[in-house]
Design a protein around this ligand. Sequence first.
Ligand code: ARG
Length: 471
Amino acid sequence: MKLWGGRFTKPTNELVDEYTASIYFDKKLAKYDIQGSLAHVEMLNVCGIISKEDADKITEGLKKVAAKIESGEAELSAESEDIHMNVEKLLIEEVGPVGGKLHTGRSRNDQVALDMRLYLRVALVDLISLLGKVQESLLNQAKANLDTVMPGYTHLQRAQPVLFGHHMSAYVFMFQRDVERLQDSFKRVNKSPLGAGALAGTTFPIDREFVAERLGFDGICENSLDAVSDRDFVVEFLANASLISTHLSRLCEEMVQWSSAEFNFIELDDEFTTGSSMMPQKKNPDVAELVRGKTGRVYGHLMGMLTTLKGLPLAYNKDMQEDKEGMFDTVETLKGALALFAPMIESMQVKKENMHQAVKEDFSNATDLADYLVGKGMPFRESHAVVGQVVLHCINQGQYLLDLSLEEFQSFSNLIEEDIFNALTPETVVNARNVAGGTAKNRVEEQIEKASAYLKENKEWIEDKETIIQA
Ligand code: ARG
């Protein structure tokens, strides 16, 4: 007999049980479901809705159910549809009919919204902590490469030299925005929908604030209809996750390029690469490729969730059961990628010499020659044209700027003097970009300092939240 079987004259078709069940995936919520129920039953007693004796029995029973689910001893069935009804059924088996008092003043609609929020806030803290480790590994590479000059690119054409440390710290700031977005979303996740009932509230004199406080929420969802209909927090998470995936994917792409023979800028550690079943010489950046590839499923989950919600009338609709798998998969996908990323970056070997060589073998100091002429009084537009001529001359001769003699330089402009040779070295060129946020060594050091301060704040945020989210 179903928990809700009273008004039915026939059992549910087995195919319907199978089709509508969510237990196959929402069993992940078991821990949170029981966490919520423990707070709910305590409140029912405090508000005089059930006796202390009953509340104690239910509490004990719930703890036993939790242990049995955790150990795998409890049997979860599609017939009981979802984790909420499975837990309730197991509770009644454990403590008898008194277990049936747990669901007083509550619906699965507010219950499932609660479980989703309890799950997600833990996931947010975990992800922020994993992002922190990735940021740290990038920052360590940045610190180790404050003298490593590499070509900076636009259009994937060599543009102006930059420090590899500057390039690494760019990603630290990208991930910092991700951290801040997740932290901001935490505020909206951390509100309690419990007490909204099926949609309209409940006739029992419950205390929603009590439950919210017990569970470490910052407050309650103010409108019962909204409380059970809202899955914005899931969409928001998936959107934030999509951007994290974008950032990871861009870095992956660079790692794939840099580790190719064509670039030869880095070598990924053997531990984080794989071989080919046919070609004995191969060392493939599989991890970076797969992280890049998994971006697709994360974007897909975002589109899926938005589409599921579009056009749903208030309040709860069964469609909303589709909120779970995409969210779980996204959390797992990101956790997997981030956990691998930190050691992969930390252990990557940076081929400083090759980077440096690449800078010498190109015209990425051309802007500096133009700027040099500006310094001697020539309008920039004019100097741009002059340097264009110099570059063309060099290309025709198979030379680079620093291969020219002073006489050759002067044949293009007599403003050029002996000091040009120093002005065009990679180190001078890099350190000349001495503007806040620029690639000069001291500016990159400044960025590293700022980033380190952010990382410290992130850690404090995590410590603060960890105390409230423990299930
Ligand atoms: N398994 C359902 C879900 O995940 C729980 C809520 C069901 N409520 C209902 N009235 N059918 O959305």
